[in-house]
Design a protein around this ligand. Structure first.
Ligand code: ADP
Ligand code: ADP
Ligand code: ZN
Length: 214
């Protein structure tokens, strides 16, 4: 099963992608997580990516596409995968399609988690991310049982720099300009499925598994 998650920043893509990956035993591939791991490890890629991420801008396609295509050729992707945060531009989607076609493969679903902008800013200010393992919490909707520390690895939780309200506004503008056109792109391929992302996380998950198992 090859799935792409679409949706605004903070729509709940990562939350759902992790649950889907666990349920179907396929890897969860998040470009945001890959970039943050590179920043943490001080790599050249991390240094370049950080300049864009801090401003709420997309990392250029040249730094993003090959990274993902390489990742998809690893053994663990044999039974499929769930892509979270990629593609984010039409050229990224076209590059992905080209790489898949070359291997005689195709995507099964593009799942669009739909949440209006008005709900996004509030949601993002409550998001807390683990500095150790990247797990994500929400101070109201999904608090860590260990308070300001991660339930999984015990490291401190932080508000991501790019989750501050000024940067979230910028990211939403970038989303509407560069990423939202993918909804039409995948609708044209007849693989688009939209779910109401304003529901409780478990209800969103039930809606998605309903689609995948239909
Ligand atoms: P969110 O889950 O809140 O949407 P991500 O963790 O997916 O955020 O991404 C954080 C940042 O990493 C983005 O704002 C962008 O700068 C960069 N990024 C992640 N994925 C991509 C991509 N496919 N193309 C370009 N930039 C990306
Ligand atoms: P994305 O990957 O799309 O940027 P996340 O999965 O990180 O989004 O979710 C953004 C924030 O909203 C996180 O703090 C997460 O715990 C919370 N969240 C996710 N899904 C829901 C939901 N259905 N209802 C309320 N809060 C949610
Ligand atoms: Zn952790």
């Amino acid at each position: 099963m090859k799935i792409v998650m679409l949706g605004a920043p903070g729509a709940g893509k990562g939350t759902q992608a992790k649950m889907i990956a666990a349920k179907y035993s396929i890897p969860h591939i998040s470009t945001g997580d890959i970039f943050r791991a590179n920043i943490k490890n001080g790599t050249e890629l991390g240094k370049k990516a950080k300049e864009y991420m801090d401003q709420g801008l997309l990392v250029p396609d040249e730094l993003t596409v090959d990274l993902v295509i390489d990742r998809l050729s690893r053994d663990d992707c044999g039974r499929g995968y769930i892509l979270d945060g990629f593609p984010r531009t039409i050229p990224q989607a076209e590059a992905l399609d080209a790489a898949l076609t070359k291997r005689g493969e195709k995507l099964d679903y593009a799942v669009n988690v739909d949440v209006p902008d008005a709900s996004i800013v509030a949601r993002m200010s409550g998001r807390r991310a683990c500095t150790g393992c990247g797990a994500t919490y929400h101070i109201e909707h999904n608090p860590s049982k260990k308070g300001e520390f991660c339930e999984v690895c015990g490291e401190p939780l932080v508000l991501r720099d790019d989750d501050k309200p000024e940067t979230v506004q910028k990211r939403l503008t970038v989303y509407h300009d560069q990423t939202q056109p993918l909804i039409e792109y995948y609708s044209g391929q007849k693989i688009l499925k939209t779910v109401d992302g304003t529901q409780d996380m478990n209800d969103v998950f039930a809606a998605i598994t309903g689609i995948l198992e239909a």
